[in-house]
Write a new protein. Structure first.
Length: 393
């Protein structure tokens, strides 16, 4: 942020949108594939540890992926941050939430006071929570708040576009700027988090527009709407898609017409994490909608995504399948904030400790098995299958 409080990526001149689009293209151009040779070396080391090859299952595959992502044979993540993007949604006026819109700003203050669920879980996992106002419909002032406000909430997507294309790109670049700032401070791993009353509705609309899923299959209860509210939510998503006719072949068009500012910000978080060679742990339904947009904008960004959990939101499992990602946890959670992502950090730490601390057959003086006694399935034997896309086989 410059002295005027503006995101440095954003140019308010007449060519501002085109300029920002060029900056976005440059950001995406920095994303390259994982380090396959490093992943292969990590895979060989995992197979040399005192255990039958593949016996630690997904933990083995996870750490091999992390080695490939970071280019470090022995990955370790001492500094990690949860980026909580907060924004409001004009579509709330359609009655799609069990909570009023002002809860967004109230929860932002709760995050900043350290009292939300993600704060508690992050403290336990040794992660730093960074709360970003990217579109809250209120004037907020707090020394710990990262202010990147693009506008005060989106417009009502049931009546027209949620935001302009330029605003969507500005929000993406704002999210990328937050990651770049934290990366420069030494952060090695990022977790996506969000807060925004109405954002499950926007995420469902994004999912429907990009995958062709029917609104009734994509919407969930979100903040806890009843059956009537659920039907209304599906109808509102259907109306938004009809009114805006988003182009399924243009992720930015979908984002600006039926998305949200925090979804755009998280898209930037994912793209910038990938561009800097950092793993990004994707939280729940809203975060995964952002991940889908990021993957369509820059397909290689998917190689840096770690799916944390399956949300209880109806469309989340299908959205993860669309991305080809398999989550580590399934706890029937649907809170958001980054809570599932933070919980999965314990498994990431466990996988790294196995690689970094466990003895090999040679160092421990333990006799290794022969190929005749090995299991028929050996998930860690091929680094390629571990590096590409999925955490589990």
């Amino acid at each position: 942020m410059n002295e005027a409080g503006e995101t440095p990526y954003f140019d308010k001149g007449s060519a501002g949108c085109m300029n920002n689009e060029q900056v976005l293209e440059q950001l995406m151009g920095r994303i390259v594939g994982p380090h396959e040779a490093v992943a292969a070396e990590a895979s060989a080391h995992v197979d040399a540890l005192t255990k039958p090859p593949g016996s630690l299952g997904k933990l083995e595959q996870l750490v091999i992926r992390l080695a490939g992502i970071t280019g470090e044979v022995r990955p370790c993540f001492d500094q990690r941050a949860v980026i909580v993007m907060a924004a409001d949604h004009g579509v709330v006026e359609e009655g799609i939430s069990a909570f009023p819109a002002e809860v967004t700003s109230q929860m932002v203050l709760n995050f900043l006071a350290g009292g939300a669920a993600v704060n508690v879980l992050a403290r336990h996992a040794g992660a730093h929570v960074i709360c970003v106002d990217i579109g809250v419909n209120a004037d907020l002032d707090h020394p710990e708040l990262v202010s990147r406000k693009v506008r005060k909430g989106t417009a009502n997507m049931a009546k027209g576009a949620a935001m302009t294309r330029g605003e969507a790109i500005q929000a993406i670049l704002a999210g990328a700027d937050v990651v770049s700032t934290e990366f420069a401070k030494g952060t090695q791993l990022f977790v996506t988090g969000e807060m925004g009353i109405g954002n499950t509705t926007a995420s469902a609309a994004v999912m429907c527009a990009l995958t062709g899923t029917a609104p009734a299959s994509a919407v969930g209860r979100g903040t806890g709407v009843d059956d009537v509210g659920l039907q209304r939510k599906a109808a509102v998503v259907s109306q938004a898609l009809t009114v805006n006719a988003p182009d399924a072949d243009d992720a930015l068009d979908v984002l600006c017409k039926v998305g949200g500012l925090e979804i755009a910000g998280l898209t930037g978080v994912i793209l910038a994490a990938a561009a800097n060679g950092c793993p990004v742990v994707v939280d729940g339904f809203i975060s995964t909608a952002a991940a889908l947009i990021a993957s369509q904008l820059a397909p290689l960004s998917k190689e840096y995504m770690i799916a944390s959990h399956t949300s209880h939101e109806s469309g989340h499992a299908a959205l993860l399948r669309e991305l080809g990602l398999k989550p580590m946890l399934d706890l029937d959670m649907r809170l958001g904030e980054g809570t599932g992502g933070v919980l999965s950090l314990h498994l990431i730490d466990a996988s790294c400790r196995i690689l970094n601390e466990m003895a090999t057959f040679a160092s421990a003086g333990v006799s290794g098995g022969t190929t005749e006694t090995l299991p028929t399935e050996n998930p860690s034997a091929s680094a390629d299958s571990s590096v590409q896309g999925e955490v589990s086989p």
